[in-house]
Write a protein that binds this ligand. Structure first.
Ligand code: ADP
Ligand code: MG
Ligand code: MG
Length: 211
């Protein structure tokens, strides 16, 4: 079993849908420890992605072509911290997926590249209360699932579950990167908005693979 361009397109559409559905929650989370724009930033970005997808005259040939469209669109339409971070994540992921279908190893390589992009761009490590705290356990769980011979859909399901746990675990962390770090200890008790949106995007990937 492999994941093809149709999967990638479905993932992008589901990501847009879930970010839009959860826009208000993301706004509220960011209002509590940031400036309250994360939900709107991402909703606007993914709206633009859908617009560009609909405007394509030819369907993308490779998974990486879909992810590159997402990367360039988010970079040019989402401001703040999340635009460049997600943009770099999708750009790295697109370079790791220059193929028409992903097996489990390909899914792992894609997720590793995305995390690598976030870390290269934002210089945050695990435990700093950022999206890295969703992506790091997601990648670890994906690696473990693939090592145990899981098919791509199960690799993504494991990554999504771990991203959920990782996002929930940001509640007890002190923010030391991004806007939330201005609050120091007062950031404790709140879930990081970028970790939540990362979870939503990974859950969408798993749902597309299971569909
Ligand atoms: P801004 O903070 O500029 O308003 P957003 O609200 O869209 O941007 O995004 C905030 C999210 O970005 C945070 O919740 C956090 O997950 C993520 N973030 C901020 N700085 C970093 C960083 N240096 N590394 C990784 N993620 C970061
Ligand atoms: Mg913000
Ligand atoms: Mg902002």
């Amino acid at each position: 079993m492999t994941l093809d361009v149709a999967w990638a397109l479905d993932w992008v559409r589901r990501s847009a849908a879930t970010v839009t559905e959860n826009r208000d929650e993301l706004v509220e989370l960011d209002r509590l420890i940031g400036d309250g724009d994360h939900g709107e930033n991402l909703a606007r970005g993914f709206r633009a992605v859908l617009g560009r997808l609909d405007a394509l005259t030819e369907p993308p040939a490779q998974v990486g072509d879909v992810l590159r469209l997402v990367a360039t669109t988010l970079m040019s339409t989402v401001g703040g911290a999340a635009g460049p971070l997600y943009g770099t994540a999708y750009l790295r992921a697109s370079k790791a997926t220059a193929t028409d279908a992903l097996d489990s190893g390909g899914v792992v390589a894609m997720l590793e590249a995305a995390l690598d992009g976030v870390v290269t761009r934002g210089k945050a490590g695990p435990g700093e209360k950022t999206m890295v705290d969703a992506w790091t356990p997601a990648v670890a769980a994906a690696v473990e699932a693939a090592d145990h011979g899981a098919p791509p859909s199960e690799v993504l399901a494991a990554a999504a579950r771990a991203a959920h746990e990782g996002a929930e675990a940001t509640v007890s962390l002190v923010a030391t990167k991004g806007r939330a770090s201005y609050l120091g200890e007062r950031s404790v008790g709140h879930l990081d908005p970028g970790a939540r949106s990362s979870e939503l995007i990974l859950v969408a990937a798993a749902q597309s693979a299971a569909a």
